[in-house]
Write a protein that binds this ligand. Structure first.
Ligand code: ADP
Length: 399
């Protein structure tokens, strides 16, 4: 079966067509600048055929219609008719407390997503717009919603509660939800397959990319995670501050003359490693700057690594020890510097880190701990689209 995976942002739409039996990606593409001038679709198939279409897309529906045309393109497409698409998997940011797993989409699911849109005002309108458009233009094709939050729905209340009045939590659902769930789930499953369930009972997954989060996973189920009510909580990320004293936010708002509604944007876009370095959010740029002696770039990376290390320590405590630590995401998979800073001085935890293997470049799953290390340290490349396609297939088959 061929599964179309759709990951819609506020003004972009990423998609992949995956043959689920072979788990091979047949093509991938992106629509940029939806709702703005200068819209473009770019697509590349597995044979290297490429397509660029410059056309304004007023809505996500217009983008979907453009995508359906591109899928059958002679040069860069992968199917001869849209009827070959067996199912569509939609990445949806937020499940609220209404879903604890992926679901087949029907009218009721759309209604609940609309109710929860206020929990993710930047992403949910695009997610819902895409779902509605796909249902219109591909009637009869099963659609599945795969939420970014549901892998974390197994967190116990003591982990997801903030220290706020219970009635506020109850009425407005203000609590920790956690994000990057498809990645944390995929990497947990791969780690368990690789090490065997018995050697992976207490696992810490570090997803480090532009956005970063850590999860504590016990017997394959999430028990805690670093992101919160929104993806702003937790680690120092590319441009996000992560954990910060809310009173410092109010103090900065007054000193910098910000409007109340601009503070969240400030913490999301102007802070993190970009803010500390006053240079860039991109790890490659920061590593280059460090090599050239830039001290603020060094501080940014050291502060981000230190925050990760503290979360690893606290999640080891939450899990009652740790059997394995897995790194994933653009930084987790590629930055030997970040992994080294996080893993140095962790012998107390039972980690015997292999510096040489850490610096080597190899594809696929890699082991960065020495033989006999009590804790296995792994690099596991994530694949969120494949994870969404697998979930979609499982639900469609079960139906
Ligand atoms: P997103 O969260 O947008 O999916 P990614 O997971 O692709 O992001 O991660 C992007 C981050 O990974 C960037 O900071 C980028 O610099 C970093 N990165 C990618 N390749 C390398 C590399 N070879 N060395 C160091 N950092 C890298």
């Amino acid at each position: 079966m061929k599964i179309l995976v759709i990951n819609a942002g506020s003004s972009s739409l990423k998609y992949q067509l995956i043959d689920i039996e072979t788990e091979k990606r047949l093509l991938k593409g992106i629509c940029d600048r939806i709702g703005m001038d200068g819209g473009t679709l770019t697509q590349e198939n597995a044979e290297g055929g490429t397509l660029t279409v410059e056309r304004d897309m007023k809505t996500h529906k217009e983008a979907i219609e453009l995508v359906l045309g591109a899928l059958t393109d002679k040069q860069a497409g992968a199917i001869s008719s849209v009827a070959e698409i067996g199912a569509v998997g939609h990445r949806v940011l937020h499940s609220g407390e209404d879903f604890d797993r992926s679901v087949i989409i029907d009218d009721e699911v759309v209604r609940i997503c609309e109710k929860n849109a206020e929990l993710g005002p930047l992403h949910m309108p695009g997610n819902i717009g895409c779902i509605k458009s796909c249902r219109e233009v591909m009637p009869g094709v099963p659609m599945v919603a795969v939420f970014d939050t549901t892998f974390h729905s197994t967190m116990p209340p003591k982990a997801f509660m903030y220290g706020i009045p219970y009635s506020v939590y109850e009425k407005y659902k203000v609590r920790k939800y956690g994000f990057h769930g498809t990645s944390h789930k995929f990497v947990s499953e791969e780690a368990i397959k690789f090490l065997g369930a018995e050697n992976c009972r207490r696992l810490i997954v570090c997803h480090l990319g532009n956005g970063s989060s850590i999860s504590a996973v016990k017997d394959g189920k999430c028990v805690d995670t670093s992101m919160g009510f929104t993806p702003l909580e937790g680690l120092i990320m590319g441009t996000r501050s992560g954990d910060i004293d809310p009173a410092a936010v109010e103090f900065m708002r007054v000193k910098l003359g910000m409007k109340a509604e601009d503070t969240v944007q400030f913490l999301n876009k102007q802070c993190g490693m970009k803010g500390i370095s006053e240079l860039d959010s991109d790890m490659r740029v920061l590593e280059k700057a460090i090599n050239e002696g830039n001290e603020k770039a060094r501080l940014a990376v050291e502060a981000a690594a230190y925050r990760i290390k503290k979360y690893v320590g606290s999640f080891a405590a939450a899990l009652g020890g740790v059997d394995a630590i897995a790194f994933t995401g653009g930084i987790g998979e590629n930055s030997a510097l970040m992994r080294r800073l996080v893993m140095q001085d962790t012998e107390w935890l039972g980690v015997d880190f292999d510096e040489e293997e850490n610096s080597a470049r190899r594809p696929g799953i890699r082991v960065l701990s020495k033989k006999g290390s009590k804790v296995s340290v792994l690099v596991i490349p994530t694949n969120e689209e494949l994870s969404i396609a697998r979930e979609t297939y499982a639900l469609v088959l079960a139906k």
